[in-house]
Design a protein around this ligand. Sequence first.
Ligand SMILES: NC(=O)c1ccc[n+]([C@@H]2O[C@H](COP(=O)([O-])OP(=O)(O)OC[C@H]3O[C@@H](n4cnc5c(N)ncnc54)[C@H](O)[C@@H]3O)[C@@H](O)[C@H]2O)c1
Length: 371
Amino acid sequence: MTLPAPTVPAPTTAPTELRVGVIGLGFAGTTHLDAYTALPGVTVVALAGQEESRLAELGRTRGVPNLYHDWQDLVARDDLDIVSIGVPNHLHHPIALAALASGKHVFCEKPLATTGALAAEMTDAALTNNRVLEIAFNHRRRGDVRLLKDYLASTELGRIYHARASWRRRSGIPGIGSWFTNRAMSGGGPMIDLGSHVLDIVLYLLGEPRVLSVSAVDYGEVGRLGRGGASNSQTTGGTQTFEVEDFAFALLRLDNGASIQLEASWADYTAHDNDISVDLLGSMGGASLFVRDHATDDTLRLHSEVHGASAITVPRVHVPGGEHRLVIEEFLATIRSGQWANSYGEYALHRSRVLDAVYESARINKEVNVA
Ligand SMILES: NC(=O)c1ccc[n+]([C@@H]2O[C@H](COP(=O)([O-])OP(=O)(O)OC[C@H]3O[C@@H](n4cnc5c(N)ncnc54)[C@H](O)[C@@H]3O)[C@@H](O)[C@H]2O)c1
């Protein structure tokens, strides 16, 4: 596809002090706000969200002077360098398009959009307006994932022919009846919510192969009975319906002949609590990441052989947390560098297209090619 040439020239030098507007007051918006507030050279000048008392409290405690109920009023400001999006998935697209069209850089929560087609409009808008579009795939920035990436670059595992990637919860539907379980607002259940993170981790570790096709199943057995809700759920909006899956599984075929099994659940009757798991199977070695309930220690195992005997290496890596701050730091550094030719969100677009294929395959009960 030939894309139009950028219409807004990139600045040769970025402003030293970057001015940010954050949209959303839930976990995501608050995490963005706190990350920017903790970093030098950046000021949050505007905040938007619909919970009046929370808005006032965050404005007062974080020192944000301009507060808005609706995102449109924040994006209309002409003094912002960045708009940071932490709202329900269906609002990512209209907010990003408006912000990019008015010359702002955009930091957007995952998933990029509810569908690949909408995600493509967002990456096209970033390119056309020549502004950075970065996505909050924060879990990839975990210290153990980074160590594994460095390990793969320096160690011969042979050919990695298969990977398992999952995020499974025993009882973690984030708000039954909230926007998370409304298909139009969320785009799907745990596969788009949690699966997008582990898909991101595994494609990153494997060096960004393209997914060619997907065969998937999904079910909503637990959530439809009103069971499996998360106890700490504090989400907003919605229609009090449960229209999405609570469990999905997919086999992904890659352009390098390898494969990925991808699994995501918000609620299932197994021993899992809130577990992220990635296994890489190489012809001469392997690696396993297992993160129980956001654990920060003892999460990695490297599998090899020593004199013919199977060996397991346990790297002592401590993950300090704060992965949102790390991805936001990278985003700010890209803007300041003035060099962002590969920062229009294309990698996230591929993830959205894979997720489209997962849902379509589950719907029609057939293998589906990725667009
Ligand atoms: N990267 C991560 O680890 C992570 C974690 C949690 C959520 N998320 C993502 O963050 C996003 C938000 O999730 P959440 O859990 O914070 O949701 P939430 O429901 O807790 O908060 C949503 C916020 O959006 C605001 N909002 C809704 N409509 C608005 C409008 N018209 N104008 C202004 N504000 C509006 C609400 O007022 C609310 O403050 C989702 O895309 C989700 O997938 C990512």
